[in-house]
Design a protein around this ligand. Structure first.
Ligand code: SR1
Ligand code: MG
Length: 395
């Protein structure tokens, strides 16, 4: 493979084409087109195509958070974490992640499969798409990636070594701050409509709520159950009616399983909050199905592929599921709150055109987030989780 310059600099559309040619991605092409299409918070994403519609994606980490600017420096190491995480996931769910063709640690680039025939699921859901296979696929993704990197499915010595490879302190710090800390006090990173101040102040002044958030944050900091995606919202999932691809795992690290599940559920709920009541059901069906597929697959793997002696012990699996569900609900609550008043919002809520409807939806997101955090230990099934969600969303 061609050796590239080892001095980091951000690519432009022109230098991205030069790079792709150097790497022999377009050997038989006469004309290559390149467009920077990154609409996320952190990276440059170049989409390159030739005259035969052959395409490739070059993703490059910037040394700062794009959403804030150069005043927020950020490690380039995240590009390596992302491509290693995609490669790890490909061992378990090859059809659910993009293929990585090439990575360069110094340039912080990952060259990967072109997924431009798919749509980012947040955008699609906002346009009223239902994605019938989304929950089947994400349930499989969660069951396989999480089980086979946990102490139940991976040799426990190997797991400890893998855990070292995925130490991701700077990206974890972003989550620790933006998901667990800042939304719960008057931090300058927060961002919300002044009309929400009364309900936001209730959150800031609720010491029982803060105690529960502290426990959830502590579990995020210390409970390295499995290799997480770490940022599994609907903006990290490409979809069509028959395909699903999970992208963007730069926040990957060993953490509590319920964090990935909870982020996905919360992002389905914010989409439900942006829809008319009669179109919300499909989002809750997705939550139900995701949990069903996740637990069914996890159970199969637990029975057939366990490396842990105690998995044969009566009651252990239901204890594990109950604890994952409790975490899922708590993390979903934190995600609902931070996506409403924290630094990184979601278009589902922000793009609701009428201010009055938008404020109502955001208030419901905050109330439901609080409810989840405070009552997570008393919600014992996904059906109850959905019922409580519907009571808040459709009130
Ligand atoms: C500064 S990064 C803000 C958010 O974008 C990412 O996708 C994560 O969700 C992070 O919290
Ligand atoms: Mg992302």
């Amino acid at each position: 493979m061609t050796t590239l310059t080892k001095t980091y600099e951000p690519l432009t559309e022109t230098t991205a084409i030069e790079l792709a040619i150097k790497l022999h991605f377009f050997e038989n092409s006469t004309s290559i087109n390149c467009k920077e299409i990154g609409d996320g918070n952190l990276n440059l994403v170049f989409h390159l195509t030739d005259e035969n519609n052959k395409g490739v994606i070059i993703k490059q980490a910037l040394p700062y958070a794009k959403v804030v600017g150069e005043s927020w420096p950020l490690t380039l190491k995240r590009a390596q974490i992302e491509s290693n995480s995609l490669k790890e996931a490909a061992k378990h769910v090859p059809s659910l992640v993009p293929t990585v063709y090439y990575t360069d640690e110094h340039l912080a680039i990952t060259v990967m499969e072109d997924l431009s025939h798919l749509t980012i699921s947040r955008k699609g859901l906002m346009n009223g798409e239902d994605y019938p296979l989304l929950s089947e696929h994400i349930g499989q993704f969660l069951a396989k990636t999480l089980f086979y990197t946990s102490d139940f499915g991976l040799n426990q010595q190997k797991k400890k070594l893998l855990q070292q490879q995925f130490a991701n302190p700077e990206l974890c710090k972003i989550t620790e701050d933006l998901v667990f800390t800042d939304p719960f006090y008057d931090s300058e990173t927060n961002n919300f409509e002044r009309e929400l101040l009364p309900v936001v102040s209730e959150i800031w002044n609720d010491s029982s709520l803060k105690l529960e958030v502290a426990k959830l944050k502590y579990s995020f900091l210390t409970n390295g159950e499995a290799l997480l995606h770490g940022d599994l919202h609907t903006g990290s999932i490409f979809a069509s009616n028959n395909e699903t691809k999970v992208i963007d795992p730069e926040f990957a690290f060993f953490g509590p399983i319920g964090f990935d599940v909870g982020q996905f559920f919360a992002n389905l709920i914010v989409n439900a909050l942006s829809r008319e009541p009669q179109k919300q059901g499909v989002l809750f069906d997705h939550i139900n199905k995701t949990w069903d597929v996740f637990t069914t697959e996890f159970t199969k793997q637990w029975t057939l592929d366990s490396v842990e002696y105690f998995t044969k012990t009566e009651g252990y699996l239901s204890y594990v599921f109950q604890s994952i569900l409790e975490d899922t609900i708590g993390y979903a609550g934190c995600e609902l709150i931070r996506r409403t008043i924290g630094l990184a919002h979601v278009a589902d809520l922000d793009n609701i055109p009428s201010i009055e409807t938008r404020l109502k939806a955001k208030t419901k997101a905050l109330q439901l987030g609080k409810y989840f955090i405070l009552n997570r230990a008393n919600i014992h099934s996904v059906e109850d989780f959905i019922q409580v969600s519907l009571q808040h969303v459709q009130q």
